[in-house]
Structures are given as structure tokens and as C-alpha cells.
Write a protein that binds this ligand. Sequence first.
Ligand code: SF4
Length: 412
Amino acid sequence: MLTKEAREELEHQHYKIVGSHSAVKTCGWTKNMIRGQGGCYKLKFYGIMSNQCMQMTTSISCANRCVFCWRGYKAPVSKDWAWDIDNPEDILAGSLKAQQKLLVGFKGSEKASKKLYKDSETVKHVALSLTGEPITYPRMNELLKLFNQQGISTFLVTNAQYPEAIRDLAPVTQLYLSLDAPNKELLKSIDKPLFADYWERLLSSLDYAAEKTERTCVRLTMIKGLNDHSPEQYAELIKRGDFDFIEVKSYMHVGESRQHLDKKNMPMHEEVVTFCNILVKYLEDYEIVSEHIPSRVVMFAKKKFYVQGKWMTWIDFPRWNELVQNKKEIRVEEYWKATPVIGISGKGTLDYHSEDLRKKQVNAQNYSAAENIEEIDLDKDEKEENEQEKMNENADECYEEIGIEEIEIKES
Ligand code: SF4
């Protein structure tokens, strides 16, 4: 799948290539949490432990060339799978090894919280997103089964260009569909899809998403001046997919997207909130439940998640692991959990929930999402890269020290 150049460029960007078509890369929020500075917005909204989350893909190839993609066009773009197919067992083992190697640099680092680093050695969540289109991996359901057996929850993101893959997908903890534009014309110019019937594929994907009984979420990436309009059209598409959650997130002016978009195209958090307060008027079954200012994202949930005066947006992961091993069909209410105070905001929660209570909760759980509200540091990329560079340098020493041998990936 990868040319030598593409592989080298990805490795230079601290991707760990696993086999011939998969990759792992440490998420900035995983590191943030290991440093004791708080986790990502999915910790806040759904209870994901960012320090125990592995960000990966099973297909570096994609059928879209989205203008806002920070990954750029490093990897092949293709409509069909035309490559060798690696064994799911090897992908799982290789990815867990890669994650360990990427984080081992924190071992003994003053910057790291000992407990949060220790915990990170046990992966509890996989985010099948990173780059490309993971859902196209032909043996995805077998790999999902292996993740389930390991008690690893599964968040999978798809750009809704492979409807049959969504239809045939085994249960995942939370399925994400990207919805990058409110209409056909704009979707073409923003996602630059390879498929001529890209719009019909999106509509069919929405229909299959609506049939899912596990949690589903639609993510809108707001690009200021480009797709931050026509809330009524977005609402029609969202209703068609009958999603449990909606995330409206600001485009981030980082990585290769800077070749195609300007910093002005990155909305401020307040502008995302303003758009959401208009959008919610067209979505009578939903409410705005939370926001995460550092990530410039707002979360809506179906009103059915508000039960006896409590929001139930968090995930009961042990219950999910139990259910997915024993049941074919799983319902959202079977593995939901009450959202703690640290998970709710956007409604002045800080005012009516005593700050002490929040602090108590944070201390009690020794974790929360990073809630600083400074603007995202766009040069974070560069700093992150340099830091990863340093971590990789001493990773080898640590590696020898804890003696982990490489593994060989066999093609099936
Ligand atoms: S859920 Fe996503 S943002 Fe959060 S730690 Fe995992 S990869 Fe990062």
C-alpha cells in the first residue's frame, strides 16, 4: 500500500507503520494526560481515559482528499482495496507493541505522572481514525473481535463513502460518521471524493447508521466561511442518520491543511457555539450537553440520554466489554453511565455546580479533561514533533532495558 517514500515520510512524522497498511501514532492528548495535564474531549463527553487510548488506522489509504485534512496526501488515495491483507492477530500485536514503544520514553520522565504512565501500559481504548479509511480493511470484524476479547473499547471513524462496510460492521462501542458539508455541491469541493456517486454513498451510509443499535455519532468539522451555514440542511442529514450524538468541532489550521486553507478558516470556540445554538433549533430531539473549549467542540445528545434528571453520556466500559462478547445486538442504554460534573458544561455548569464539587470529583478520579481555555497553540505540532523526536531517542535505551523484541508481520 505504501511506497518507500510515503512510508519514510510517515515514519518521519512519528507514525509507527504496522505491517503493510496499518499505523499507530500517539495522540497529543494521550501525552497531555500522562503529564497530568488532563485528557481529551472524549474523556469529558464519554469517559475515555486518554492515557490508555491507542490512536491507529488499519488502512492508510483513503477515497477522499479533504481540504481540512491535517495529514495531507502522504498515502495512496484509492476507491478499492488493491493490496495484501495483513492478519488481524498480527495487526493487534504489532499495534500494541508500537504504542508501547511510542510511550516508553515517559518511563522515568519527571514530566510524567507515574500512575498515569503505568496505566498507559494497558490499552483500554482504540480510536480507529488517525488517517485513511480504517473501515475498508477487509478483515475489520475479525480485528474488532480481538479488541473485544482484550477488553479494548472501539471508536471507529468513517467518512461515509463505504455504506456496505457500515451495514456489515460488527458492533463498535461508538461509530462516527463525518459530515463535512450540508449539500452535494459543497461536499464535492470540501472532500474531493474519488467516487462519482459520493453523495448517494453518503445518504446510504446515513441510512445504515440509523439502523445501528449501538452508539453512533456524527461529526461536523466547521470551516469558517466555507461550510458554517445551512443549519437546516445539516439537520435533515443528521435526522436521516438518527445519531445518538452530534459533535460540532472547529477546523484546526494545522499540518498539511495549511496548504489549502487559511488561519481565518478556523472558527473560534464562541463561533462554533453560536452555530450550534442555531442548529439545535432544527433538532427537536437533541440538546446541547457539553463543550470542550481547548478542542473547540460542542456535543449534542439525544434527549433520551437525559434520565431522571441526569445525563447518561458516559460509557460503562466493563459492561460494554461484557455485552460485546455475549450479544449480537447491543442497545445504547445497556452500556450508558451517568455523566459526572466534569463531563458537563456549556450551561454555566461552573456557576451552579460548586467549584469545590468539581475539584473534589477531579481529585477523587485523579483525572479530568484538560479544561484550560487558552487558545490552542497552533505551533504545538512542531513542539510535539520535537518532543517525540527526543522520546524516540531514549525509547531505544528503555526498550533494551525492558527487553521487547520486534515482531514479524505475516501477510494472510
Ligand atoms: S479519543 Fe481521540 S482525542 Fe482522545 S486520546 Fe484517543 S485519539 Fe486522542
